[in-house]
Write a protein that binds this ligand. Sequence first.
Ligand code: COA
Length: 181
Amino acid sequence: MPESSERGAFEVLATYQTSHDRKTVEWLNSADIQASFGLRRTVTEASHRSWVDANGDTLIWAIVDPTGRHVGNVLLKLTQRHRSGYFQIYIGEPIARGQGLGDRALSATLTKAFDELGLHRVWLHTLPDNVAAAALYRKHGFVFEGTERDALLWNGTFTSQHRWSILEHEWMARRGKEGAR
Ligand SMILES: CC(C)(COP(=O)(O)OP(=O)(O)OC[C@H]1O[C@@H](n2cnc3c(N)ncnc32)[C@H](O)[C@@H]1OP(=O)(O)O)[C@@H](O)C(=O)NCCC(=O)NCCS
């Protein structure tokens, strides 16, 4: 479904393909994306492709800018039994951040999740210092569920993480209000 804004209509999510692997691997090895997700290992194109092939329950879309350039990815790991999806996003190209692409990509993913996939719950984690991500999720109606205290042990140090979710009826209510404007 095309999206529109004052910056013009374009599809922000594209089908993820093998041709997207090269940039993806570059981002997954970058210091800022590793810090945002707590990644520690080095990713290669081969290890990434193995991961994609082994995780058929995870839907991946490439985030593209208005010129069609691949600038990031969105992932939605489905648990069909509970009609839930675990969301992850990164704009891998730092220069492409702060231009509304995260906004558009999250909106488009929630539309797919609730309208097309029939999910009931979309949930995610943020690290406590990720102010931008927390603001993005709050803006889109995610509810802060709480802090998982010392949930992660990284390099000998315990780190907490925050959990957020949005339910189908909450998203529908927000969409109804936006449609009425
Ligand atoms: C978090 C991220 C996805 C946001 O995407 P983006 O394209 O830069 O964000 P947008 O320009 O679409 O902004 C959308 C909203 O996000 C929030 N936001 C984005 N950048 C922000 C910043 N630097 N500080 C505070 N809030 C910010 C705001 O709520 C903003 O809405 P507003 O402009 O109306 O205030 C992006 O910064 C990113 O990929 N960061 C690195 C990876 C990451 O942290 N992923 C999330 C892990 S949980």
